[in-house]
Design a binder for this molecule. Structure first.
Ligand code: MTE
Length: 332
């Protein structure tokens, strides 16, 4: 049994209420309004039991045939420019709601079967196709390591060495039609393995979207590894998105499907609470979350908070994408 301890750098509840708390409260209120009091109370109880169960699950890791691809060569253009977060912290303090609505899901997520793993490309593409992850990795050419800053909407941050390949390469491989404007990425769905997906009030599966300009921006990265090794399940094995200029919830984990479309998708958190989590979600210290400030952040493992930077400090790479889009909620 894992004992939860609050560490020094963890954010006090009052400063940044996790989504799970208000979500459960809303459901509870809904349940109370809708009928028997026990139905509402049951939601909270089920949540607690689910967390306890998740903490206890720990299966043998599935062998990863891509181990030989790591560590890849470091791309010196992306150095993070902050002290690196320790591997221990980055792999044990995670958001992966499929395995629980708390940070301590790393043990529970070890049951994720990372092979066989098929990735599908469909929607507005020349021809839909499905490919095994190792064939996709082979088609993407050499992997590289990039150190990126990672800023969660909850106001904590990390600096992480990701391994993978530019998303632009994956878009070229998918061959979208010229009329495609967006790409939606979808996480696996398997409630038997991911107990969080039994929490039916979430709009599973987790989906996120980017415009084609964002997806082909040089920073958009498909990560398949971390700290010179294949990605562990808790960080989104075997393939996840990393968009360092956006809040972390855009960086969808454990992707099984890329769908190209001319319609803007509604993402997971946007479907839950559009007034707090929008499509664009670009980092901006000047635009507060409705319930807390985004002016500063807590780097994991460090004692002092630091100022948050516009586009998480990546303005020179991405500002052009958003020129003339003043009517959009770019920072929420
Ligand atoms: N992807 C899926 N499928 N499920 C999730 O719950 N959480 C998001 C994002 N991707 C999430 C997800 C959030 S809120 C954050 S901050 C990052 O993953 C966390 O990534 P990390 O655990 O590797 O730091």
């Amino acid at each position: 049994m894992l004992i939860k301890r609050r560490r020094g750098w963890e954010i006090p509840e009052g400063r940044s209420t996790p989504e799970s708390a208000w979500l459960d409260r809303r459901r509870l209120l809904k349940g109370l309004a809708a009928g028997p009091i026990l139905a509402g109370a049951g939601v909270g109880l089920a949540g607690c039991m689910e967390e306890a169960e998740a903490d206890q699950q720990a299966a043998a890791p599935v062998a990863d045939p891509s181990t030989g691809l790591y560590p890849p060569k470091t791309n010196m253009r992306y150095r993070g420019e902050r002290p690196m977060t320790t591997e221990e912290l980055a792999t044990t303090y995670n958001n992966f709601y499929e395995f629980g609505s708390h940070k301590n899901i790393w043990r529970a997520s070890q049951v994720l079967p990372i092979r066989p793993w098929t990735v599908t490309f469909d929607g507005m593409v020349e021809a839909p196709k499905s490919v095994a992850i190792d064939d996709l990795l082979a088609a993407m050419g050499p992997l590289e390591e990039r150190v990126y800053r990672h800023r969660c909407v909850e106001a904590w941050s990390m600096t992480v060495p990701w391994a993978g390949f530019p998303m632009r390469r994956l878009v070229e491989y998918a061959k979208p039609l010229g009329s495609a404007k967006y790409v939606t990425m979808q996480t696996f769905q398997n409630p038997e393995i991911a107990s969080g997906q039994k929490q039916h009030w979430y709009p599973w599966p987790y989906v996120e979207g980017l415009t084609m300009a964002e997806a082909t921006n040089e920073l958009a990265f498909m990560a398949t590894g971390i700290y010179g090794k294949p990605m562990p399940p808790q960080n989104g094995s075997p393939i996840r998105l990393v968009t360092p200029w956006k809040y972390g919830f855009k960086s969808v984990k454990s992707i099984v499907r890329f769908t190209f479309s001319d319609q803007r998708p509604v993402s997971f958190w946007e479907a839950i609470q559009a007034s707090e989590y929008g499509f664009w979600a670009n980092v901006n210290p000047g635009v507060a979350h409705p319930r807390w400030s985004q002016a500063t952040e807590q780097p994991l493992g460090q004692s002092d908070r630091i100022p948050t930077l516009l586009y998480n400090g990546y303005t020179e790479y991405v500002a052009d994408i958003y020129k003339g889009m003043n009517n959009e909620r770019l920072f929420m």
